[in-house]
Design a binder for this molecule. Sequence first.
Ligand code: FAD
Length: 388
Amino acid sequence: MQTNLSEGGFADIRAGVGRLCAEFPGAYWRALDAARAYPAEFVSALTQAGYLAILIPEEYGGAGLGLDAAAAVLETIQAEGCNGAACHAQIYIMGTLLQHGTAAQKQLYLPQIAAGSLRLQAFGVTEPGSGSDTTSLRTMARRDGDSYIIEGQKIWTSRAEHSDLMLLLARTTPPDQVARRTEGLSTFLIDMREAVGNGLTIRPIRTMMNHNSCEVFFDSLRIPADALVGEEGRGFRYILDGMNAERLLIAAECIGDAKWFIARAATYARERHVFGRPIGQNQGVQFPIARAYAQMRAAELMVREGCTRFAAGQNCAEQANMSKLLAAEASWAAGEACVQTHGGYGFAEEYDVERKFRETRLYQVAPISTNLILSYLAEHVLGLPRSY
Ligand SMILES: Cc1cc2nc3c(=O)[nH]c(=O)nc-3n(C[C@H](O)[C@H](O)[C@H](O)COP(=O)(O)OP(=O)(O)OC[C@H]3O[C@@H](n4cnc5c(N)ncnc54)[C@H](O)[C@@H]3O)c2cc1C
C-alpha cells in the first residue's frame, strides 16, 4: 500500500502502539471472540503505556495531547488487527469531565484514570424507548437533599461490566416543564463500584461481535449530588459537544479497519494463484480493493480536517459527521472486498477476516446511524426542512 502507518503524523505514537499490538495477535482476539470475553490484558497494556490517558492534561498525569493524537492511537489499533472498541470510550467520554467537571472532580478522578486505577469506560445515553431520538429518554434523576435518586433503564451501555465509572445522561426536569426537549437533561458521573447491587443492575447482551454491551437498570439508585457534571439541565449540550470528538475517533478506527482489510486483501490477491496466475491479476478482483482504498483515503482527509478544526476550537460538526459517514462506508467497502478476495477462506475464523468484518459493521449504526448523519447534513448544512 502507498499509505503507511506513519502517515498523518505521530509516527512515534503509531510505532509504539504498533509494537504493543504485536503482542496481541489474531489468536488472542479469536479466543476472546469465541468466549465473548473482555480483552483485559490488552486494555491494561494500553493503559500502562499511557495511551488511554492521551487527552488528560499533564498536570493530572496524562499525555496532554490533542484529538489528532488520540485518532492516531485508535486508527493504529484497528489497522494492526486489534479492537479498540474495548476501551475507546475512555478517550472520548473524558471530554465532558475535562470541559465541564469541577476542579474537585478533575482532581479526584483524572489522576486515578491516568494511572489506571479507575476505569471510565461506560457511557449511558441510549434507552430502549428513545433510540436515535435521544431527547425523548425517560431515565429520571430526582434531587433529594444531598442526593439524586435515579430511576430508569439504559440499553447498549458498552463495557458497563468492565468500568468503574459511568457517564450518564438523565432527565432532571420532565419534558412538559421545559421550553425545549433539549433542556432539562443532565450528566452524572456514577461510581458503579458502589452502585451495583444497590439500585444498579447490569445485564450483558450477546451480540454478533464481541462488544461487551449491556442493559443497565436503575431502581431508586441514590448517588451524591456532587456526581452531577456541569450545570443541571445543560447535559444534552455537553453530550453533543462530546459527540463530535466521538465521531472523529470512531471514524479514525474505521480508517484503521479499512487499512487492515485492504492490506490483507492486496496481499492475498498477490499470493493466491488460481487458473495459473495470481487472482489479483484479474481486474474484477483488483477494482473493489482499489475503490475501497480511494474511499478510505478520502475519508482519512476528512478525519484530519475535522481533527484540525476541533483542535482550533472551530465548529467541526459537519466534518465530524461526514468523517464518520465516509469512514464507516470505506471500512465496510474494504471489508466486503476483503471477504470476496479471500473466497471461501474469508469465512474461516483463523484468517480473522470474518471477525473484523463483523466488528466493523457496527459503525454504520453506532454511535449514530448513517441515516441520522445524512439528516444532519441535509438540515444543518444544506438548509433543507427538518425531516423528523
Ligand atoms: C454494539 C453496540 C454498542 C453500543 N454502545 C453504546 C454505548 O456504549 N452507549 C450508548 O448510549 N449507546 C450505545 N449504542 C447505541 C447506539 O448508539 C444506537 O444503537 C444507535 O444510536 C441507534 O439507535 P437504535 O439502535 O435505537 O436505532 P433506532 O433509532 O431505532 O433506528 C433504527 C433504524 O431506523 C433509522 N431511523 C430512525 N429514525 C430515522 C429518521 N428520522 N430518518 C431516517 N432513518 C431513521 C436509523 O437510521 C436506523 O437504521 C450501542 C449500540 C450497539 C449496537
